[in-house]
Design a protein around this ligand. Structure first.
Ligand SMILES: NC(=O)c1ccc[n+]([C@@H]2O[C@H](COP(=O)([O-])OP(=O)(O)OC[C@H]3O[C@@H](n4cnc5c(N)ncnc54)[C@H](OP(=O)(O)O)[C@@H]3O)[C@@H](O)[C@H]2O)c1
Length: 257
């Protein structure tokens, strides 16, 4: 594993959505930066493989298979961090999902519920379980939640996802305001189109999407997962000590124009 400056040395960080894409990249990067990581997602085999890879490279990783929409699963992951590593210093609440619609009036209620559940209740569940641990420790902490450019702007026929990612930003700001007094910083990443399974699935369904998404970015391309992971690592590190309640863009300039 590439051993970088150790920006997260000594920190214990939970990563959700760690079985692929941005979350998997973040898990590897955080570990390379010195963090002990607790990995959560539903696909147990992928998590186990990732955790084994991190350990083989000299890092510390625990895998907890579970669904972020289930309180008990999230509780298990937080408990594992405390049991295995002695506590928790931060979290990357990154698990999420969305699909490109039919139009709003043609979208099934079940799809709306599913998208709100994983993106909003998932982050809610994580915050509810993580914050008491951070407060109890009295050593502050940092949390990064994955929102999206869709958390600030409407794009395409993805109204439930736009609503959900706006809610993630709202939750982030509300929690940042409420827990700043405990030295806990909470930020949202406003992620632009990134080359992950989520995006590849969408491109398979709508081949024109890749070019359209790239064209929206000033940098005229999609992000690689590690470019998002680097921003999360920095926000979780002490380098970002005066940044909280932020909507931090990682979008190649999409939101600038
Ligand atoms: N790619 C983009 O262009 C883009 C742009 C803006 C924002 N985002 C956001 O970035 C985040 C990561 O997505 P990605 O692009 O890296 O896609 P991805 O490769 O599909 O990763 C999504 C991750 O979330 C996990 N996940 C989904 N539902 C879950 C659930 N109910 N419980 C636990 N884990 C769950 C998946 O694991 P399991 O299936 O194993 O559970 C997977 O690890 C998401 O919040 C997404 O909305 C992505």
């Amino acid at each position: 594993m590439e051993q970088v400056q150790g920006m997260l040395r000594g920190k214990r960080i939970m990563v959700t959505g760690a079985s692929s894409g941005i979350g998997a990249s973040a898990a590897r990067l955080f570990a390379a930066e010195g963090a002990a990581v607790v990995l959560m997602a539903r696909r147990e085999d992928r998590l186990a493989e990732l955790a084994a890879g991190i350990r083989a490279a000299g890092g510390r990783a625990e895998a907890v298979a579970g669904d972020v929409t289930a309180t008990a699963d999230v509780e298990r992951a937080v408990t594992r961090a405390v049991e295995a590593f002695g506590g928790l210093d931060g979290a990357f609440n990154n698990a999420g999902w969305g699909s490109i619609g039919p139009r709003l009036h043609e979208t099934d209620d079940a799809v709306f519920d599913q998208i709100m559940d994983v993106n909003v209740r998932g982050v809610w569940n994580c915050l509810k379980q993580q914050l008491p641990v951070l407060i109890r420790q009295e050593t502050g902490g940092a949390i990064v939640n994955t929102s999206s450019t869709a958390g600030q702007f409407a794009t395409g026929a993805i109204s439930p996802y736009v609503a959900a990612k706006h809610a993630v930003l709202g939750l982030t700001r509300a929690a940042a305001a409420e827990y700043g007094q405990h030295g806990i910083r909470i930020n949202a990443l406003m992620v632009g189109a990134t080359r992950t399974d989520l995006m590849e699935d969408a491109i398979r369904a709508f081949p024109q999407l890749e070019q359209a998404a790239a064209a929206r970015a000033v940098q005229q391309r999609l992000a690689e997962p590690v470019e998002v992971a680097r921003a999360a690592a920095w926000l979780l590190s002490d380098q970002a000590s005066f940044i909280t309640g932020g909507a931090v863009p990682v979008d190649g300039g999409t939101s600038a124009v």
